[in-house]
Design a protein. Structure first.
Length: 148
């Protein structure tokens, strides 16, 4: 799972973090039209959203948590309601969004070692589809050390 981290904050121009270290974060997949592949724009395409504080950060840490995927999905569902996004979606759209978020933020990241610090680059391509890339900022020196 991804959690907020202050590790690597400031290493990339335009970094910001208003999320406490350790808070679960996710990529909503909703990106404004001003975001660009080079990271320019308002910052929503570089941000992970804190699931508790509903604030943003540009760095996240791959972490193990004593939490099931169902628990994670419930936390995302709650934050989407708390922040007002869910009320603008049909229940099937909301379920599809949470499925897409799980695919991006849980399943696809499973190949990264615990302790890896990541950033994000997301923008709308020429067809209007959101491109949402993970940028590895730091790989742990000893990936297995995180499990000790």
């Amino acid at each position: 799972m991804l959690v907020a981290t202050s590790q690597t904050q400031g290493d990339v121009a335009g970094d910001f973090s208003w999320v406490p270290d350790g808070e679960l974060v996710a990529r909503y997949g909703i990106v404004c039209a001003d975001e660009r592949p080079d990271g320019g724009g308002c910052g929503c395409g570089r941000a992970y959203a804190g699931l508790t504080t509903h604030r943003a950060t540009t760095s996240a840490l791959v972490s193990e948590r004593d939490m099931t995927e169902t628990d994670w999905r419930a936390a995302v569902h709650t934050t989407l309601y708390d922040t007002g996004w869910a009320v603008h979606m049909a229940s099937t759209e909301l379920a599809d969004l949470i499925d897409a978020m799980a695919a991006r933020d849980l399943h696809a990241l499973g190949e990264l070692a615990v302790g890896t610090v990541v950033g994000r680059r997301a923008w709308n391509d020429d067809s209007g589809e959101v491109v949402d890339d993970i940028v590895v900022r730091r790989i742990p020196e000893r990936p297995d050390a995180a499990l000790e």
